[in-house]
Structures are given as structure tokens and as C-alpha cells.
Design a protein around this ligand. Structure first.
Ligand code: PGA
Length: 255
């Protein structure tokens, strides 16, 4: 693994599997450290999508083989589709249950995913912010990156101080996520997402990207202008960010 720069720190791994191991190790270290202290729960911000699947698999393995203990962990997921209940196979609550929560000793009452079926979505979004604050804020946030530079469902143009809210998905995102549905028509057009302001309040942020499809987005996040037109570039305003990449996602970065 090559560590290229200090802020944001960039770790380039030989394979996507090695990148997943590096990310899982960062999370396991934080969980291990917290279990030494009884102050309060460790608060993790979690992500969905193709990228983190292997990270979760590795955390489950660490739970099974090394007794990684999630009993004092609280989690907040980044986002959820509007209109999909938690038992819908494409909902992000369902994803988290399948990929992680059902396989570890986390207290399900301390796992939070925005409620995309709330009758009053604006109030639900506001309550989500309140629950994050009540839990003491997010200690460690996992992020993926969209090929258009989105983080969570903060599409280009999202304000740097945006909070959890309902957003419209861009056609690019709908197309990218159609692979998880039977047809693009079934992809919800709206989501409830943590804002960029919410994400930037996390104490530490790990952005993971793998594969050549992410190479441009990674390059623009790190070397393009810092602008709301490219939400991932706003991470450069945070002092504790690490980008964990495989060689393909890092291909456009200067060596
Ligand atoms: P992916 O999505 O992990 O499925 O590529 C990442 C994202 O859109 O943030």
C-alpha cells in the first residue's frame, strides 16, 4: 500500500480486496479502541452500494474469527430511497441487514437508516439530524463516490452546509443504480440523504473507491476545483479524510 499525501491522506492498494481490508482495518481499530473505554458508544457512519460490500464481509469475518465486538457501536447510514420500506430488497435498510447487521452483535435499536416511507419526510430528516447529535456526532464515516462526484445522495449543486433532506436523484445516478433493480423505471427518483454539512461534521472520514469507472471522479475530487458542482471535492475542507483506492481508481492521480 502506498501512502501518497497527507491531507487528504491517499492510500493506494494493489487490489480492490486489499482496499476493502484496509478500510475494514480502520473500522476495526476504531471499534477495538472504543471497547477499551466506557464513555459512550462509538458512532459509525455507514454507506451502501457495491463498494462497501467487501468491507462489511471482512468486518463480519473479524466478528466471527477475532471477536470484533459491536455491542457498544451506534450506526447511522447515509441515505435511503424514498418510498422503499425496510423489507424491500433494494432498500438500504435491507442491504445493511443482509450485508452486516444480521451477522454481528450490534444492537439493532442503535442502527439508524433514514426512513424513506415516513409520512412527513422533512420532519423525519430533521429528526435524523437530532438523533446523530444526541448520539454525540459521527466518529468515523464511510463514503463511496459517484462517478458524478456525489457523496451519499448529495448530487452536484448540493450546498456545502446542506443537512439531511429529501433530494431528487440525477439521471446519471438512476442509471448507475439501475443495475440493482429489474429495470431503470423501478429506481426511485427521490432519496433522503445526510447533507454535505452533516458528513463534514464527522470526526474522521474514509472514502473508498475501486475500479476504473471511478478514476475520473477520484481525480476531480482530489485535483479539480473545490466546488459544490463536485461534492466530493468539498472533502478537501476536512482535516481528517483518507481516500482508500485500488490501482484502477487511482490511475489518473499524479505519481
Ligand atoms: P457504488 O456507489 O459503491 O455502488 O459504486 C457509490 C456511490 O454512488 O456513492
Amino acid at each position: 500500500m502506498t501512502v501518497v499525501s497527507k491531507s487528504p491522506q491517499i492510500k493506494i492498494c494493489d487490489s480492490s480486496d486489499a482496499a476493502a481490508s484496509a478500510v475494514a482495518s480502520i473500522f476495526a481499530a476504531a471499534i477495538g479502541q472504543q471497547s477499551q473505554s466506557t464513555d459512550r458508544d462509538l458512532v459509525l457512519g455507514l454507506a451502501t452500494g457495491g463498494t462497501p460490500i467487501r468491507v462489511y464481509r471482512k468486518l463480519v469475518e473479524m466478528h466471527d474469527n477475532d471477536r470484533l465486538d459491536f455491542s457498544a457501536v451506534t450506526t447511522f447510514n447515509l441515505d435511503e430511497y424514498v418510498g422503499l420500506p425496510g423489507d424491500h430488497p433494494q432498500s438500504y435498510r435491507y442491504f445493511m441487514q443482509q450485508q452486516l447487521f444480521d451477522h454481528i452483535n450490534v444492537d439493532l435499536h442503535r442502527t439508524h437508516v433514514p426512513d424513506g416511507t415516513a409520512a412527513d419526510l422533512a420532519t423525519a430528516a430533521c429528526d435524523y439530524e437530532g438523533r446523530i447529535r444526541q448520539a454525540g456526532g459521527i466518529d468515523l464515516q464511510l463514503l463511496g463516490i459517484g462517478s458524478n462526484g456525489h457523496i451519499a445522495f448529495n448530487e452536484p449543486g448540493s450546498a456545502a452546509d446542506s443537512r439531511t433532506r429529501v433530494v431528487d436523484l440525477t439521471s446519471e445516478t438512476i442509471e448507475a443504480n439501475a443495475r440493482f433493480f429489474d429495470s431503470p423505471d423501478q429506481v426511485p427518483r427521490k432519496a433522503i440523504t445526510m447533507g454535505i454539512g452533516t458528513i463534514l461534521e464527522a470526526r474522521q472520514i474514509v472514502l473508498m473507491a475501486t475500479g476504473s469507472k471511478k478514476a475520473d471522479a477520484v481525480y476531480r475530487a482530489l485535483h479539480g476545483p473545490v466546488t459544490t458542482e463536485n461534492p466530493a471535492s468539498l472533502l478537501r475542507q476536512h482535516s481528517q479524510v483518507v481516500f482508500v483506492l485500488d490501482r484502477e481508481a487511482a490511475a489518473r492521480l499524479p505519481s
